[in-house]
Design a protein around this ligand. Structure first.
Ligand code: YSA
Length: 462
């Protein structure tokens, strides 16, 4: 019930455009806990002047090391979305070239080399995920008429495009001389690896050169003076800053975001156990929703700041309400709704809510809205039985036909004792007649349960 209410509230707020907070001066995002570091150190005033003088171009990069982005990457996407909301031009770079090299940042060992085919497949999915999230954001979390502002387009670029025809000798001869060995060796990504037993390959050592040159290329092509990335990207950003100041004498600015971690301090990412992916096939809308609904109270305020566009005073109000009745998980529910909307759109959120209702609220309506495949995937391990619909069938007959019990006396004893459920509702009368609409769902299925977790899916044949 509470979720229904918060859903209505959320829809109402969205309709009003209340969540349409936007920060023209992106530095104001500091108030939401967005930036870990901004450099150069002296940049605040210059950056503010640029942000408020007109549209700027900001980029962040994603390497195709897996076939999907994950919730950790979503923070960087949130950063780009804030840029877009403020009227700046976001660029998402996908690393067709850098993916082949492998970023050593934040890693203790060298990555296994990836094949070009694998990279190609991963690039495609990452690109379409980025586009989907930006589309969902525009459709579900941005109110154009209220803001009287059209969102600038997202530009997706692939760095393989500018390396593919590049001549190696020219590159080393012309660009190589601008990179200083001292600076490159001082990066913590390099230091950590040089100290480790396995050391560092030359390939990995060159990674920062490519990320730096990308920025130079984007700066020349799109006047892109800002780069964002997680805090593990700091060294790569600094190499870019140094290169650009040497080659085109322009000041560029780096913004790093804190690495989001769980309560135990493990980074949200693909290696931390149960990764939460943005790809629906790998993490369903329901699983993503539940991941955020289950967030501990200690994390939820921080995540509302980072992963929603709810204005800070509203977050405070929400947290006050939440602290009065924490058991209702109102703050977590709103967080889960907004993230699910962003990643999977209205349809995904509806689906996640229906499944939640079906599972935890015993809602017959919700169960009936799901198709057979969905019911089967939620109640994985349930036995599926096909039963011919015959008028006047009793509960006992149904239970026996579905093979829920071995003998009729077992069935009678367990059903009357309250251990039998049809569509998540307890049934104790063995003589009750099976009735469409009550026992047979809109989707032509019935879900039977014996005890806590023995599920049976009945497909009614006509
Ligand atoms: C960037 C710029 C270029 O010109 C070329 C390539 C790149 C990609 C970059 N070197 C990289 O490897 N990024 S990544 O694919 O590992 O991650 C994408 C972004 O998500 C990075 O900014 C990373 O810091 C961020 N990220 C990953 N897990 C995170 C996180 N941010 C916050 N919290 C987490 N848990």
């Amino acid at each position: 019930m509470i979720r229904r209410q918060t859903m209505l509230l959320a829809q109402f707020q969205r309709a009003l455009g209340k969540r349409n907070i936007s920060y023209k001066n992106l530095l104001a995002l500091k108030g939401r806990g967005f930036f870990q570091d901004i450099f150069p150190d002296t940049a605040n005033d210059q950056m503010k002047a640029l942000f408020t003088s007109g549209p700027q171009t900001i980029y962040a990069g994603f390497d195709p090391t897996a076939d999907s982005l994950h919730v950790g990457n979503l923070l960087v996407i949130m950063g780009l979305l804030h840029c877009q909301r403020a009227g700046h031009n976001p660029i998402a770079l996908v690393g067709g070239a850098t993916g082949l090299i492998g970023d050593p940042s934040g890693r203790k060992t060298e990555r296994n080399q990836m094949g070009e085919m694998e990279i190609e497949t991963n690039l495609k999915s990452i690109k379409s995920q980025l586009e989907r999230v930006f589309k969902n954001h525009q459709e579900c979390l941005w109110n154009e008429s209220k803001n009287k502002k059209h969102l600038p387009d997202l530009r997706v670029v692939n760095n393989a495009d500018w390396y593919v025809n590049m001549n190696l000798v020219d590159f080393i001869a012309n660009m190589g001389r601008h990179f200083r060995m001292g600076s490159m060796l001082s990066r913590s990504s390099v230091q950590t690896r040089l100290e480790a037993e396995s050391g560092m390959s030359f390939t990995e050592f060159t990674y920062q050169i490519f990320q730096a040159y990308d920025w130079l290329h984007l700066c020349r092509t799109y006047d892109c003076r800002f780069q964002m990335g997680g805090s593990d990207q700091m060294g790569n950003l600094m190499t870019g800053h140094e290169l650009i100041s040497r080659v085109i004498k322009k000041t560029v600015y780096g913004m790093t975001l804190p690495l989001v971690t769980n309560e135990e301090g493990d980074k949200f990412g693909k290696s931390a156990g149960n990764a939460i992916w943005l790809d629906e096939e790998k993490t369903s809308a329901f699983a993503l929703y539940q991941f955020f609904v289950r967030m501990p109270d200690s994390e939820v305020e921080k995540l509302l700041h980072l992963f929603t566009f709810i204005p800070l005073p509203e977050v405070e109000q929400l947290m006050r309400e939440h602290r009065r009745e924490p058991e209702k998980r109102k703050a977590q529910t709103i967080l889960a709704e907004d993230v699910t909307l962003l990643v999977h759109g209205e349809k995904g959120l509806k689906q996640a809510e229906l499944i939640t209702d079906a599972l935890y609220k015993g809602s017959v309506d919700a169960l009936g809205e799901l198709n057979y495949e969905e019911v089967k995937s939620i109640f994985a391990g349930a036995k599926v039985v096909d039963i011919l619909a015959e008028p006047g069938m009793s509960m006992l007959q149904l239970a026996m036909k579905a093979q829920c019990f071995i003998t009729e006396s077992d069935a009678t004893r367990i059903i009357t004792a309250g251990g039998f459920y049809v569509n998540q509702k307890r049934v104790q009368n063995i003589a009750e007649i099976i009735t469409a609409g009550i026992h047979v769902l809109k989707n032509g299925l019935s879900l039977l349960r014996v005890g806590k977790r023995n599920f049976y899916i009945v497909r009614w044949l006509k």
